[in-house]
Design a protein around this ligand. Structure first.
Ligand SMILES: [Zn+2]
Ligand SMILES: [Zn+2]
Length: 458
């Protein structure tokens, strides 16, 4: 550092003090990114000390006016004890200031409040299970404004912010009482202190549980389905239940998980969904349950699976539960229209079918692309557009004259019922189209979904 730069620091510090009272820590923070292995307190105190020595030198060397003025500044706005002694010895008058303008709220420095804040935070966090945490804060807008103004006015380039200084100090204090580690990227809990409101908030990160479900009974929607007439409040139409269907797969799975984790709510993310009248068989459909504000993070997943399977016996079954993350849930949904799905269906035809026709259909649907305009039955909730879907394979077996058993292997997102019926020409080609007479899906089951994300238990 050149003499000029050193001089700049002292000059800036002096100008900051002339602008109003500043404590050691807040003064030092304005030079927080200069010199490591030091504290802001130490930086501020050092600068004030050098300035006091300068003042003393001026007093002793005959430049008394300048010396007296600087001593008064350091003793009053600087609130600096060595300067106060100098002032008294040299009969320099100064005013007793106690409030730093950069960190004081209601008469006390936010930094002095830290032991109390930490104690209150520990009380709040006591019943929560977590391994990692982070301290954070919402800076009092008045202090934030004062800091911004000061940084602009004195062209502060190497200053640390009050927020960063405070967070570090609070984190340090908390670490003295708890044997956890600080984690910046994905902490389990963030302790947030709101300076202006003097309130502590806990941000608890959600947990994510992966699994696969099988649906064994028709008539259960994947997610909770509220009564349209009353919007869930309960009316005559829904017998006061507020619901169109009494249960859902997401609730059979999510509620026991939420209870086990003592969370506030849950979200169900799945790799697509089957219609309400369609079964999900085979290895089941991958899903991720997100639980908000869990008090418990280490869960006995085997016990939870058992509970779900017992409670929803004959309806829904889960397996392969594993702790997961947000990314997995996002990928499940994102890729569900790209993965491969297998179905078994029962088809009823209007005209008797013969084996030759069935072989022709199988041939036509070997590795082909079908055009599907949004089906009439879902047009109310999905954009009307044409989707191109890949059909890998169709296998047909005649059960009687007008009944055919079918196996489909298709790209995720293919409307299988419409692939059979043609949906009045909206799906092309279709089984009905090639048959040359109407055909209808009377029963449908999903039998396999090839997961595109790695199966945690594979
Ligand atoms: Zn301060
Ligand atoms: Zn209703």
């Amino acid at each position: 550092m050149s003499a000029e730069q050193a001089h700049q620091i002292l000059e800036t510090a002096e100008r900051i003090l002339r602008d109003g009272a500043v404590c050691d820590r807040c003064l030092g923070r304005q030079f927080g990114w200069l010199s490591t292995d030091s504290s802001n307190q130490e930086r501020g105190r050092s600068v004030k000390l050098v300035l006091s020595m300068q003042a003393d030198q001026e007093l002793k060397s005959g430049n008394a006016d300048r010396g007296r003025e600087l001593v008064a500044l350091l003793a009053s706005e600087g609130m600096f004890q060595p300067a106060k002694i100098l002032a008294e010895r040299n009969a320099v008058e100064y005013s007793q200031m106690t409030e730093c303008r950069l960190c004081t709220i209601d008469g006390t420095s936010v930094f002095d409040r830290i032991p109390d804040i930490a104690e209150r935070a520990l009380e709040k966090i006591r019943d929560i299970e977590y391994d990692t945490f982070l301290a954070g804060c919402k800076v009092d807008p008045r202090l934030a404004d004062a800091e911004d103004e000061l940084r602009a006015k004195f062209n502060i380039l190497y200053g640390e912010t009050l927020k960063s200084d405070f967070n570090r100090a609070l984190g340090k204090q908390l670490l003295e009482h708890i044997e956890k580690s600080v984690e910046f990227k994905h902490p389990d809990v963030v302790v947030v202190y709101d300076m202006a409101a003097d309130k502590i908030r806990l941000q608890i990160s959600p947990i994510f549980i992966y699994g696969r479900y099988r649906k064994l009974m028709r008539g259960i929607p994947q997610s909770r389905w509220d009564c349209k007439a009353c919007g869930g409040k309960g009316c005559e139409l829904c017998n006061g239940t507020g619901r169109k269907y009494p249960d859902s797969i997401s609730e059979y799975i999510g509620i026991p998980m939420q209870n086990a984790a003592k969370g506030s709510q849950f979200k169900f993310h799945a790799a697509g969904r089957e219609d309400i009248d369609v079964l999900m068989l085979g290895e089941g459909r991958p899903f991720v349950v997100e639980i908000s504000r869990p008090m418990i993070r280490s869960l006995d997943l085997d016990a939870i699976a058992k509970e779900i399977n017992e409670h929803s016996k004959g309806k829904v079954e889960v397996h392969s539960l594993a702790m997961s993350d947000r990314e997995a849930g996002r990928l499940l949904q994102e890729r569900s229209s790209e993965n491969v799905k297998e179905y078994e269906a029962l088809i009823r035809t209007e005209q008797p079918v013969d084996d030759e026709k069935l072989r022709l259909i199988e041939e036509r649907f070997r590795d082909c692309t079908v055009e599907q305009r949004t089906p009439t039955r879902v047009a109310h909730r999905r954009a009307d557009k044409i989707r191109m879907k890949h059909v890998y394979e169709v296998k047909l077996e005649k059960l009687d004259d007008k009944t055919v058993k079918a196996l489909f292997k298709v790209q995720g997102g293919t409307y299988v019922k419409e692939l059979i019926s043609g949906d009045d020409g909206r799906t092309h080609p279709s089984i009905a189209e090639i048959l040359g007479s109407p055909a209808k899906c009377i029963e449908l089951n999903v039998t396999a979904i090839y997961d595109v994300i790695p199966d945690h238990n594979a």
